[in-house]
Design a protein around this ligand. Structure first.
Ligand code: HPA
Length: 270
């Protein structure tokens, strides 16, 4: 993977993407955060050397380079979900590329199902920790020490300082910010009532199908991460209701404005 990553980095640098401050992974329905980026370059994934190409409805595959909150950002519009059939190495490839473009800080966003009593549809949750229940680990196999160590310290998966800054900004903006643990399952099915119960019993507050592999890869390379999740549906005991991809997109679209505001202020103050 090392050579491929370096080749892609070189390709992107030649396209004018030089030393962004932050990497951003835009999740389901949050892709429109791009509307507030002063875009300098946008490059569709299928034009990027070695990049996988995303297919799911609602996931536009492109890298966007520009300015947001006074910082240079490189945003992934569309990610590579395991359930689409991508290998974990594809899922984390863009994060590896970000690192060698010089990015040290990563912002991830996603949509998830809330399993904590009190969570409401449309709430935004600061991800404080995660539980990796994906069937395959992104770092399994031979370790390339150039990326990072074999055994990765995960005591602070989400950076405490970055988290505190988001909390401060939420308070100042009168945004109710939930906090909690995100658990990743492979999908693509949403959970059964019994599975939502399992997620809760395992110690999580929300469940989704992404993010954890990317954060693991980022931590492997010593990057700092901040994560926000939009609660698009509930799997709370006694409150498990039907959910569809369309509903998830719709709720995420509404919450997007809140997430955008938090992220822009976050960047401006970082
Ligand atoms: N489960 C898994 N993934 C999700 C959910 C959910 O309830 N909502 C949005 N993404």
């Amino acid at each position: 993977m090392w050579e491929k990553v370096q080749e892609t980095v070189k390709f992107l640098q030649e396209k004018g993407i030089t030393t962004p401050d932050f990497g951003i992974v835009l999740g389901t329905g949050l892709g429109n955060l791009v509307d507030v980026i002063s875009i300098e370059k946008r490059i569709p994934y299928d034009e990027i050397v070695n990049f996988p190409v995303s297919t799911v409805e609602g996931h536009h595959g492109e890298l966007i380079f520009g300015e947001l909150g006074g910082k240079k950002v490189l945003a992934m519009r569309g990610r590579f979900h395991y359930y689409e059939g991508w290998k974990m190495s594809d899922t984390i490839f863009p994060i590896r590329v970000m690192k060698y473009l010089g990015i040290e800080k990563l912002i991830v966003s996603n949509a998830s199902g809330g399993v904590k009593t009190g969570f409401k549809v449309g709430d935004v949750m600061l991800i404080t920790d995660h539980i990796n229940m994906m069937p395959e680990h992104p770092l399994n196999g031979a370790n390339d020490e150039r990326f990072g160590p074999r055994f990765v310290d995960m005591h602070e998966p989400y950076d405490l300082e970055m988290a505190q800054l988001v909390r401060d900004i939420a308070i100042e903006n009168n945004v109710k910010l939930q906090e909690g643990v995100y658990l990743a399952l492979q999908g693509p099915t949403f959970e059964t009532p019994a599975e939502y119960r399992m997620v809760r019993l395992m110690g999580a507050d929300t469940v989704g199908m992404s993010t954890v592999p990317e954060v693991i890869a980022a931590k492997h390379m010593g990057m700092k991460c901040m994560g926000l999740s939009v609660i698009t549906d509930l799997g709370v005991e006694g409150l498990v209701e039907p959910v569809s991809h369309e509903e998830v997109q719709e709720v995420a679209k509404v919450a997007e404005k809140v997430v955008s505001k938090l992220v822009v202020d976050f960047l401006a103050r970082s």
